[in-house]
Design a protein. Structure first.
Length: 197
């Protein structure tokens, strides 16, 4: 039988039953990595709350599944809570370690970009934790993001100072036209804490 991480992934919207696997993936990144600046892994209940809050406001939340296992997830959320930021999203992509380097991150981020453009969002921002996280930086650059800045030593985790790298890409018409709907159609929402920034 083929190992799930070697089979082609199915990328689909996350459902409640996926969130325990999502929490496990994210928890490992929180404990062992620097992509997230959270220091304590959130519970499954907290991850369910975050998922429900995002999808209630039309923010896409996707999983990559292969062999019946969730091997990664990606979602968009509000970039900042102030109303004028409503058309800008921030993305997050996390994979199980054995899924890294196999195209799962690319498939997830490609699908997330399309889903966000379909909803009508106009800009996507990536806040990559740790300037040494070259795999994430290169993934975003391959999919049309451009480097817009580095915030030096803004986080301290695992005994060292960490940067955040900011990348951005336009969605749909970008800034070539006003938003497709009135700005009060989407509540700004709170910014999810499982981001680097």
């Amino acid at each position: 039988m083929e190992h799930p991480a070697t089979t082609a992934p199915l990328v689909r919207p996350a459902i409640e039953q996926d969130i325990a696997a999502v929490a496990a993936i994210y928890g490992q990144h929180v404990r062992d990595g620097t992509a997230s600046f959270e220091t304590d892994p959130p519970s499954v209940a907290e991850m369910l709350r975050r998922h429900a809050q995002l999808v209630a406001h039309d923010y896409p939340y996707l999983v990559a599944e292969a062999g019946g296992q969730v091997l990664g997830y990606a979602y968009a959320g509000p970039y900042r809570p102030r109303p004028a930021y409503r058309e800008t999203v921030e993305n997050s992509v996390y994979l199980r370690p054995e899924a890294a380097g196999r195209g799962f991150g690319t498939r997830l981020l490609e699908a997330l970009i399309v889903a966000c453009a379909d909803v009508g969002f106009r800009q996507m921002v990536a806040v990559v934790g740790n300037s040494g996280n070259l795999a994430s930086i290169r993934l975003h650059e391959r999919l049309g993001f451009r480097l817009v800045g580095v915030l030096r030593s803004v986080g301290f985790k695992h005994g060292r100072w960490l940067d955040t790298v900011l990348l951005q890409r336009s969605l749909g018409a970008g800034d070539a036209a006003p938003p497709d709907r009135p700005s009060n159609d989407r509540p700004p929402g709170e910014r999810s804490p499982d981001r680097a920034g």
